[in-house]
Design a protein around this ligand. Structure first.
Ligand SMILES: Nc1nc2c(ncn2[C@@H]2O[C@H](COP(=O)(O)OP(=O)(O)OP(=O)(O)O)[C@@H](O)[C@H]2O)c(=O)[nH]1
Ligand SMILES: C[S@@+](CC[C@H](N)C(=O)[O-])C[C@H]1O[C@@H](n2cnc3c(N)ncnc32)[C@H](O)[C@@H]1O
Ligand code: SF4
Ligand code: SF4
Length: 676
């Protein structure tokens, strides 16, 4: 789902050569979307207007206005377009520059199951209610209409077209349209493997699969989701079904995947794959900047450097977005989509329909007309053709000035630690209860491991938090000495200090007779990262810089930044909140007036971060649970801040390092020196 910057001033103004444009009804219907509050009923609907009660009302008003426009349109005897003089139905899709539009792209949905950095913000985009999207019947009707006007190729795209539930029956109907030669789809490949056979049988005969990296971990960074293996399986499946070529779209971004260009080209050695390198384009929110941009000329040079030579294919169709090449002797091809450095507007043959039914005559233009609204107020095919023709006649000659497009905005997410803690607390209390009761049988290891594996299998953050704190809660059940039991819990004693020995029910340890002393405890967690994640977070970009970047971070102990903000600083806030909340989280912890709480978070190697938490209090009971809880939550927060880059981040260990001020002091481990 491309959300390119809508800047009206970057489209070159062009004189319409054959048509005198006056402001009549048709012209009004297809006018440029410059003001969302415009009264025009056929203009693009406000995408954010999707879930309030007034939206139904505003949709009705829009439809009423569309109805009036339609009546007005029908009453007008002459229009400014040449449609009435056209005997040839193909002319309906011919613009004022003589470009014949035979290629229609239809977006099937605004939804997507990936969040590619260059395309979508991490949180997704505001979605319209399904009722505002085109139904299958409407898509089929429009497809037939466009095919009868000269369209011979329809490409389905999105969002991710395959997340649309009724995509297979739709393609089956589209496959029956006479005169439609090519049914194409652009997909991210995640769901393709299981749908491809039915789609193929329905007549889908051209497939473009997007894949920006051959590295599974990098895939997670770029798309912010898992799934690289599934895409690869889909590519194999498409090849086995003899899609020829299978086109692979790869958006090239400097320092992210540009060093993989030659690996992609290598895939074309024996397979009928056409790898198409796309110049990275700006859109609102994708952090485009010209430093990330790699021109097709540079890509070409890199390929020549590696493979010796590459030849231009002669059969390039003028309407192609792609300039096609081939390494001599290789089966597949290499294409370059040069939207940025060399636009291909002079031979443009494409129109597009958005998922909510707006006709867009140019990818970069902001003029849209809602065919959906006209259909929904009873427009006939003839009415629709008039409207489509008027829109086509308003198409500009080209887009231009891409380099002038403003840099994107980057709005980091606001982190509300307190809210998180409240949610976590609600979720965890019942689980902790279960764990503590389960462990009252003397089979501690069996029962806890069963429960924790269930949690991990669930695999969400909430449960991970549950796991960490539940583990801490189990530690609590075994750690503090019972009032009526002088055995040290480290010596294999099987009596549980938090279980009433007579009634066998959970109970708090009575500390009323204990002496107030100054106590402190230090706990530690170690978090293991995939190497590329830390290198990315420390700002070292190229592979060769990994060690340097991390070394710099180690030596300066500086914070690291993720998309959500400063990772360590945020985690310290989270950990401190957790320390203060320990007695609310761990059932038998006494509330304590914490006097000090310090965190030390450091990158200790290319792949690991160490979190130390020291807590002090002057009271009757110790603060080891507070220190452990602080470490746990700070670690979880680090995971949360970085998980967009990888889900392979592991909170490796959480343990007590030292404890002072009680009956006996414990020092389990002397903190290690930093290592590289
Ligand atoms: N300038 C411009 N670029 C486009 C347009 N349509 C697609 N592209 C670019 O082409 C890339 C690949 O698009 P695809 O969905 O694979 O479609 P395609 O290139 O038309 O595919 P083929 O039909 O195989 O030529 C997109 O990511 C855009 O960068 C368009 O109308 N205008
Ligand atoms: C928007 S996607 C929709 C179809 C499908 N979800 C997919 O990813 O293939 C269509 C194509 O646009 C490309 N694209 C998205 N954002 C882009 C950008 N900023 N610059 C260049 N191409 C982009 C994607 O790589 C993909 O090949
Ligand atoms: S797969 Fe990626 S490029 Fe395609 S719509 Fe989703 S986020 Fe955009
Ligand atoms: S930018 Fe507009 S005119 Fe140029 S090729 Fe794309 S759709 Fe056609």
């Amino acid at each position: 789902m491309l959300r390119f910057l809508n800047k009206s001033n970057y489209i070159t103004s062009s004189l319409h050569k054959n048509v005198v444009v006056t402001r009549n009804t048709l012209n009004y219907c297809t006018s440029t979307v410059t003001n969302k509050s415009s009264k025009s009923s056929c203009l693009n609907s406000n995408k954010n207007d999707n879930n309030n009660s007034s939206s139904a009302e505003s949709i009705n008003i829009k439809l009423d206005e569309t109805k009036k426009l339609l009546e007005k349109l029908r009453n007008e005897t002459t229009t400014t377009t040449s449609l009435n003089n056209n005997n040839n139905s193909n002319d309906i899709l011919t613009d004022t520059f003589g470009r014949v539009h035979s290629y229609l792209r239809i977006s099937l949905t605004e939804r997507c199951n990936l969040r590619c950095q260059y395309c979508m913000p991490e949180e997704g985009v505001p979605l319209q209610p399904t009722s505002q999207l085109l139904t299958n019947d409407e898509i089929i009707r429009l497809s037939k209409l466009f095919v009868s006007s000269g369209v011979s190729k329809i490409r389905f795209t999105g969002g991710e077209p395959l997340v649309r539930k009724d995509v297979e029956p739709l393609i089956e109907e589209i496959g029956k349209i006479k005169g439609l030669k090519t049914i194409a789809m652009t997909t991210n490949g995640i769901l393709l493997n299981r749908k491809i056979e039915r789609l193929h049988n329905a007549g889908l005969n051209l497939l473009n699969i997007s894949l920006d990296t051959l590295d599974t971990n990098k895939f997670t960074i770029i798309t912010r989701r898992l799934g690289w293996e599934r895409v690869m399986e889909s590519i194999e499946k498409a090849l086995s079904l003899n899609f020829n070529p299978v086109k692979i779209n790869c958006v090239v971004m400097r320092d992210l995947n540009d060093y993989e260009i030659c690996d992609f080209v290598e895939m074309t050695r024996d397979k009928p794959i056409e790898i198409r390198f796309i110049e990275y384009m700006p859109f609102d929110g994708n952090r485009w900047n010209d430093k990330k941009f790699v021109s097709y000329k540079e890509m070409l040079q890199r390929i020549i450097n590696k493979f010796g030579s590459i030849e231009k294919c002669v059969e390039d169709h003028p309407n192609n977005t792609s300039k096609t090449y081939q390494v001599p002797g290789f089966t597949g091809k290499v294409g370059f989509i040069t939207s940025m450095s060399e636009h291909f507007c002079s031979s443009c043959n494409r129109l597009r329909i958005t998922a909510d039914g707006n006709l867009k005559v140019c990818l970069f233009g902001n003029a849209e007309v809602s065919l959906r609204d006209f259909m929904r107020v009873g427009a006939t095919d003839e009415d629709l053709l008039k409207i489509i023709n008027a829109a086509v006649l308003k198409k500009k000659e080209s887009h231009a000035g891409m380099y002038e497009i403003a840099k994107s905005q980057n709005r980091p997410m606001i982190l509300i630690v307190y809210l998180h803690l409240k949610l976590w607390l609600k979720n965890i209390l019942s689980f902790i209860n279960t764990i503590c009761i389960t462990t009252t049988s003397n089979k501690r290891s069996t029962s806890t491991s069963t429960s924790t594996s269930t949690l991990f299998n669930n695999g969400n953050n909430m449960n991970m938090f549950g796991y960490v704190l539940a583990t801490a809660a189990v530690a609590r059940c075994y750690s503090t000495k019972s009032n009526n039991n002088n055995n040290n819990s480290n010596n294999g004693n099987k009596e549980f200090t938090h279980i009433d020995q007579v009634k066998r029910l959970p109970t708090m340890v009575d500390v009323s007779d204990k002496l107030v002393t100054k106590r402190s405890a230090t706990a530690r967690a170690v978090i293991e990262f995939p190497e590329f994640v830390l290198s990315q977070l420390t700002g070292s970009s190229g592979v060769g810089e990994v060690a340097d970047g991390v070394a710099a971070a180690v030596s300066s102990s500086r914070d690291i930044q993720s998309k959500k903000g400063p990772v360590f600083a945020t985690s310290i806030v989270a950990g401190t909140m957790a320390v203060k909340n320990t007695s609310n989280l761990i059932p038998f912890c006494h509330p304590l007036p914490i006097e000090n709480c310090k965190f030390n978070i450091e990158i200790i190697s290319k792949t690991s971060v160490q979190v130390d938490c020291t807590v002090s209090v002057t009271h009757k009971t110790g603060v080891e649970m507070e220190a452990l809880t602080g470490c746990s939550v700070a670690s979880l927060c680090i995971y949360d801040m970085c998980k967009a880059l990888s889900h392979a981040i592991v909170i490796k260990e959480i343990k007590l390092l030292s404890k002072t001020g009680g009956k006996s002091d414990i020092s389990l481990e002397i903190p290690k020196e930093k290592t590289n």
